[in-house]
Ligand binder design. Structure first.
Ligand SMILES: [Zn+2]
Length: 371
């Protein structure tokens, strides 16, 4: 295991943040898998899972089972981790700009497109190598006017050439689910079955350029731009993994989740070991098929169902009670499907999001990710 560190240029005198990664295997070994956790720095299931995964990878390395290269960044956002306001962690947005730490990653297709013009040929393998070299050059030359941009660039300098990129998050209250592009259906199924996901949400481009999409969307855009004469395969599989809810943090669960990731790592050939996923294949639904449920009035939310429940269209899923006026309103499921997440708080304002239900048919458009 090698430890890598990267200092972020401080925005405030005397305040230095540092990123730390652990790398396993030779730096040029293939395949390369990159995993990070805690990009939303108030979501701790992922960092704890990667802590347990590190121990398993150390054992694998000592046993000579490392075939490729694995890079772990267990705590990907030291800026957000340090943000506490009145005894509560506030790690989702940069408190200065309110910019979501998982949006606005460098758009590699835009940064490299003109440079790649005329340089790709008929060999797809060579095209991937040329494209990844262009990604590295673009990131190397990128300006970092603030710490948040420096963080994005530093993470992508470690991850941009990986064959597989996993970004570990969690939701408020949720079952395990994952987001990925439809470009790799077999790997999406493999990953879902390895980690025990109950749902796979698919979108080629969700909007906002989240970390996972910053790795997969460039191949999608560049392949479209240059056309079939210069084939450019979707060389990077990238996914955002949602490991339940913010309070689902335990060593037993994290150890089991790390074991699930080891199955995935074996299945993609970066380590040798048992590679047979243990879980069933869940539904793979379009992200556009995830319907948002909002509060009809402000008040107290009481749930009639839990994450993981299948609900019928029109079924009452919760009530919102205004205790001041004594009014209670039932909230019905707008579609049939899997209720896979609920909001954290038991109070709500009128119009606020309460839950999402995922179904097979598109029900919305535009920017598909929350703020
Ligand atoms: Zn998150």
């Amino acid at each position: 295991m090698r430890t890598l560190t990267q200092d972020l240029p401080p925005d405030a005198p005397g305040r230095q943040h540092q990123l730390t990664a652990q790398a396993f295997g030779a730096p040029d070994a293939r395949p390369k898998v990159y995993l990070q956790g805690g990009l939303h720095a108030d979501e701790m299931p992922g960092p704890l899972i990667l802590h347990h995964l590190r121990a398993l990878l150390i054992q694998a390395e000592q046993a000579g089972k490392l075939l490729g290269q694995v890079v772990l960044v267990p705590l990907a956002n030291p800026i957000g981790f340090a943000q506490w306001v009145q005894n509560k962690p506030q790690g989702r947005q940069d408190l200065n700009s309110m910019r979501n730490f998982n949006r606005d990653y460098p758009d590699l297709a835009a940064l490299c497109g003109d440079d790649l013009d005329g340089r790709l040929g008929p060999d797809p393998v060579q095209n991937v190598a040329i494209t990844r070299a262009a990604f590295a050059a673009a990131l190397g030359g990128m300006a970092t006017p603030d710490e948040g941009t420096a963080l994005r660039r530093a993470l992508m300098l470690w991850s941009h050439d990986a064959d597989h990129v996993l970004d570990l998050h969690c939701d408020h209250h949720a079952v395990v689910h994952l987001y990925t592009s439809p470009a790799h259906p077999n790997e999406a199924r493999l990953l879902a079955q390895a980690i025990g996901a109950r749902l796979v949400l698919l979108a080629a481009v969700s909007g906002g350029n989240a970390f996972d999409e910053a790795h997969s969307a460039p191949f999608h855009h560049l392949s479209k731009r240059f056309g079939p004469q210069t084939p450019l395969p979707a060389a990077t599989f990238a996914a955002t993994l949602e490991y339940r809810g913010q309070f689902d943090v335990s060593d037993d669960q994290a150890a089991a989740d790390a074991a699930g990731l080891m199955v995935y790592l074996a299945a993609v050939g970066v380590i040798s070991g048992p590679a047979e996923p243990l879980h069933d294949n869940p539904p793979h639904y379009p992200l556009r098929g995830a319907a948002e449920v909002t509060a009809p009035q402000g008040g107290i939310v009481t749930w009639a169902c839990a994450p993981g429940d299948r609900v019928a269209e029109g079924q009452v899923i919760c009530h919102v009670t205004d205790p001041a006026q004594g009014t209670r309103m039932a909230v019905a499921a707008p579609i049939a499907g899997l209720l896979f997440r609920q909001e954290l708080w038991r109070s709500c304002l009128r119009g606020q999001s309460l839950a999402h239900i995922s179904g097979p048919n598109p029900v919305r458009d535009g920017n598909l990710l929350s703020d």
